[in-house]
Design a protein around this ligand. Sequence first.
Ligand SMILES: [Zn+2]
Length: 399
Amino acid sequence: METPGSQSSLHRANLERVVRAVRMAGALTQAEIARSTGLSAATVSNIVRELKDGGTVEVTPTSAGGRRARSVSLSGDAGIVIGVDFGHTHLRVAVGNLAHQVLAEESEPLDVDASSAQGFGRAEELVERLIVTTGVNRQKVVGVGLGVPGPIDVESGTLGSTSILPGWTGINPSEELAARLGVPVYVDNDANLGALGELVWGSGRGVRDLAYIKVASGVGAGLVIDGQIYRGPGGTAGEIGHITLDESGPVCRCGNRGCLETFTAARYVLPLLQSSHGADLTMERVVQLARDGDPGCRRVVGDVGRHIGSGVANLCNLLNPSRVVLGGDLAEAGELVLGPIRESVSRYAIPSAARQLSVLPGALGSRAEVLGALALVLSEMGDSSLIENAQPVATPAFT
Ligand SMILES: [Zn+2]
C-alpha cells in the first residue's frame, strides 16, 4: 500500500510523468523530457535507466543543436495500438506500436450508414487480417482507437446525433467493437481524431494548442488545449459549424439561420456551381478545378476560406491556439483557401490572438483520422502496464 506523498508514490508519479511525455511525443531527448516534465536532469537520467532496464523505453544516440544527446522513445515491443476509422464511405484500419511506428494501413470502401453490424463485421475482419500480415503478437495489443463520423454522447457512449448516422441509432460503438476484438476500445469523433493525428504525426507536431478544422458534409473542429483534446462535458466542444455569421442567412439543419456551415459545407456550396458545372460535382472536383484555374470554383473556394476564417477568428479570440490545421479535401486547395482564411483572421481576430497563429494545411490528408485513432490509444491508455516492469536503480534520497 502506497501512501500519497511517500517516497515510493513520488517515484511512481515521476515514472508516469516521463512515460506520458514520451508516449505522446514519440521520441524526446533527456533534456526535452526534463523541460516538459519539470524534473531535474539527474532524476530523468535515473528514471530513463530504470525504464530501459525494464524494456519499456529504448535509448538511441542522437544530436541536439550540434551536441550529442540521447533520444528516448517507448520500446516498439512494449505494446501494439490499432486504429479503426469509419468515414461515411470508407473503412480504414492501421496497426502501429508504442514507438510511433505505423506498421500497416489499409482502407476499403464501405457504406457506413447502411448497417452498423456489417460495418463492425468488416472492421473486425480487416483488423484480424492486419494482425496476421504484420505478424504482431496479439497479446501485446494495448487498445483500439475508433473513429466515427459524428458526435459521441459522453454519458451513454452512443452516437449523439441520430440524423448523422441513421443506421447506428442506439449503438454503443466502443462496446460493440470491444466485444468483437476482446481489447479496450476508445472512441471519438472524426474532428477530434484528425486533431490528434496531426498533433502527433502531422502539421501540429511540436505545439500544445491546436485547432483542427474539417469541412465535409458538416464543419467541425477538434480542439487540443495544453496537449489534450478538449471535449467538454457533453462531448460537443468544437462545433464551430454553428457559429452564427448572418442572422438572416440560409436556414441551417440545426434550425438556426446563417450558421458557418451554411456558407462552407458541401451540401450548401455545391449547388452554387451545379448549374454551370454539372449535377455530379463533388468538393474534391471543385478543389481540383480551382487549382486548374476555373474562375467559378476559385471564387467559391476563396469565399469558403473567408467564411472559415471568420469562424477561426472567433476561435482565436476564445482559445488563442498557436496553430490552426485545415483538414479534409479542402486543404488540397492550398493557398487558394488558406490565404482567404488568414485574411479573415487578421481582419476579425484580436491582434494579440492572431499574432502567433500559423494556419497550415493538414499533412496527413485522408489518413489523419486513422492515425488519430492510434494517437487516441496513446493518449488514453494510461501508464500502469508500462511502468510495472521498471527496474529500480540505486537512487539518491530524493528523486
Ligand atoms: Zn447550424
